[in-house]
Design a protein around this ligand. Structure first.
Ligand code: ADP
Ligand code: ADP
Length: 231
């Protein structure tokens, strides 16, 4: 497990400053939510931690690894960051079974068969999807696909998990249940998590702390109780 430090992080797309001077320290094992309206810079922040876009200035550190030191030409590529990612569209490979979806990234990393099978079992067990190992994505409900996507992110045993609106494609009822198991799972694994949502109720329900963003800047940072009591 690792902490995450964003220091003076600024991210520009040409003339547009999407994120400006962001400073956050996410403690090891903490569940921190970036909350704010569409376009406020949540995904841009998350993507730069994952290495999927180029930050402009500032620093990004995970544990004792510096992932970005302020030089846009000197960043650690995404596949070397050891970060678990789950996005809004869970994008399972449609022609691979659940187990194959989890196996593929491990095979790419040259993890041997025995360990691979053990990790797949463990990850599917955690999200209670082991009985579905040989099913195809189209045979699963949205909530089940969501869990498989989460298992696929966890199969690396990443010290850091980034979740970008992972529940937004689920119906309201399922979303509420998913909040509960997501949080239970995160606590059990003690994985440092950044969660992105525009849904205040969701943020209040799942977070240890919430960073409220608007127009590229962080406006408030506190526990759900602190945020709720001074809206
Ligand atoms: P959020 O995740 O909070 O909805 P984003 O991080 O996606 O917000 O967007 C922040 C700002 O950056 C917005 O003004 C958006 O239009 C802009 N933006 C995001 N991605 C790109 C991109 N690839 N090219 C140019 N501008 C972008
Ligand atoms: P193939 O085995 O035919 O080369 P892939 O397994 O690479 O195909 O991809 C099959 C489908 O999965 C494609 O529709 C592709 O867009 C999608 N896909 C590819 N890479 C990813 C990924 N990292 N995450 C989710 N979906 C992906």
């Amino acid at each position: 497990m690792a902490d995450l430090v964003l220091q003076n992080l600024t991210i520009k797309y040409g003339a547009v400053t999407a994120v400006e001077d962001l400073n956050i320290h996410v403690a090891s094992g903490e569940f921190l939510t970036l909350l704010g309206p569409s376009g406020c810079g949540k995904s841009t922040s998350l993507f730069s931690v994952a290495g999927l876009n180029h930050a402009t200035s500032g620093t990004i550190r995970v544990g004792d690894r510096v992932l970005f030191d302020g030089n846009p030409n000197n960043t650690v590529p995404p596949e070397k960051r050891n970060i678990g990612l789950v996005f809004q569209s869970y994008a399972l490979w449609p022609h691979k079974t659940v187990a194959e979806n989890l196996a593929f990234p491990l095979t790419l990393r040259k993890i041997g068969r025995a360990e691979r099978d053990e990790r797949i079992k463990e990850a599917l067990g955690l999200v209670e999807m082991l009985p579905y190992a040989d099913r195809y994505p189209f045979e699963l409900s949205g909530g089940q696909q969501q869990r498989v996507a989460l298992a696929r992110a966890l199969v690396y045993r990443p010290p850091l998990l980034l979740l970008d609106e992972p529940l937004s494609n689920l119906d309201a009822k399922l979303r509420e249940r998913a909040r509960v198991w997501l949080r239970e799972l995160q606590e059990r694994l003690n994985v440092t998590t950044i969660y992105v949502t525009h849904d205040q109720a969701e943020a209040l329900a799942v977070s240890d702390r919430i960073a409220v963003m608007s127009m590229g800047r962080m406006r408030q940072l506190g526990t759900p109780r602190e945020i709720y009591e001074r809206p």
